[in-house]
Design a protein around this ligand. Structure first.
Ligand code: ZN
Length: 313
């Protein structure tokens, strides 16, 4: 009898230990699952529920696992939810946000357009194989011997005399010209292709007369002018050529219609900090109808478009 009771007792003890061990294992597993969860890791870093929701909506798990290795940053949730956010540029966005009190949208624009850097720093040769989509700005340059292969002289019906353009831009401009003409506007080209040497002469003349700061605000350095691509035109309203182009109806017509023929206003108003150029109501750039239409509806600069839609792909 005594023996039986003892056996019963030890079975009870072993049973209890077994149950406790099971409970402990379940708790440990739950704990391990919890501390490895994305929410827990982000919370531990200091992100609140709203920020965590934003991070999870915009980044995949691998990227979030990288994020939790960084220090908490209040700018991060706002930056990653921006339309043109590029993950590979995250550290640039974070650093720039920290140094400058700017909203997230502006930070993304300036970093994507490279204008967060001093002008003419980290200059690279532009990819001319992109043809009408090649980019030229203060960070991407053309070599001194670059000349478009399809340069033609524009007939004086469409331009002042002696103006050359890339044929693809010329063909598109003719259509633009005719469309404008049918609505009563005579929009002519007063500057087209410029060689590296002629751009150098213009730049040096301005630099010698007015100093480097003035020259850089208004004139591109040689190799950095869109006019060397043969894809850019400066236009004028032939009927009101003495008038500031911005004040003419022809300018309004260009704003509303140029994209239908493949041209974009390259240096818009209020985007000087993004393009690095003063507003130029007269300077249009050929990029083809599809891209021009997209840029027109997205209302972004070509510098931003290039980084996000061309370079980033
Ligand atoms: Zn121009």
């Amino acid at each position: 009898m005594v023996k039986k009771r003892r056996v019963k007792k030890s079975v009870k003890i072993i049973g209890s230990i077994f149950i406790i061990a099971i409970i402990f294992l379940i708790m440990l597993t739950n704990y391990l699952i919890k501390i490895n969860s994305i929410d827990y890791k982000l919370k531990e870093k200091g992100y609140n529920d709203e920020e965590i929701t934003s991070i999870k909506a915009n980044l995949d798990e691998n990227k979030i696992n990288d994020i939790v290795k960084l220090e908490y940053d209040e700018n991060l949730p706002k930056l990653i939810s921006q339309k043109y956010f590029i993950y590979d540029k995250l550290n640039l966005y974070l650093d720039y946000s920290k140094e400058n009190k700017l909203d997230a949208k502006k930070v993304i624009s300036l970093v994507n357009a490279n204008t967060y850097k001093d002008h003419y720093t980290d200059i690279v040769k532009t990819d001319t194989s992109l043809n009408e989509l090649l980019i030229v700005n203060k960070y991407y340059q053309l070599s001194s011997d670059y000349e478009p292969e399809d340069l033609i002289e524009v007939p004086t019906m469409y331009a002042y005399s002696g103006i050359k353009l890339s044929n693809v831009a010329y063909e598109a401009f003719k259509e633009l010209f005719n469309a404008a003409k049918s609505e009563g506007y005579t929009i002519v080209i007063n500057s087209g292709y410029r060689s590296y040497d002629s751009q150098e002469a213009v730049y040096n003349r301005n630099k010698n007369n007015y100093g480097t700061t003035y020259a850089d605000n208004f004139v591109a350095r040689p190799g950095h002018s869109e006019h060397q691509t043969g894809l850019a035109v400066d236009v004028a309203d032939y009927e009101n050529s003495s008038e500031d182009f911005e004040k003419t109806e022809a300018y309004q017509w260009m704003l509303d219609n140029a994209h239908k023929y493949g041209f974009i206003l390259r240096y818009p108003k209020d985007k000087e900090d993004i393009t690095g150029y003063s507003f130029e109501s007269w300077h249009f750039r050929y990029v083809g109808v599809d891209i021009a239409t997209k840029i027109h509806s997205l209302d972004i600069t070509y510098d931003e478009y290039y980084t996000y839609f061309i370079e980033n792909k």
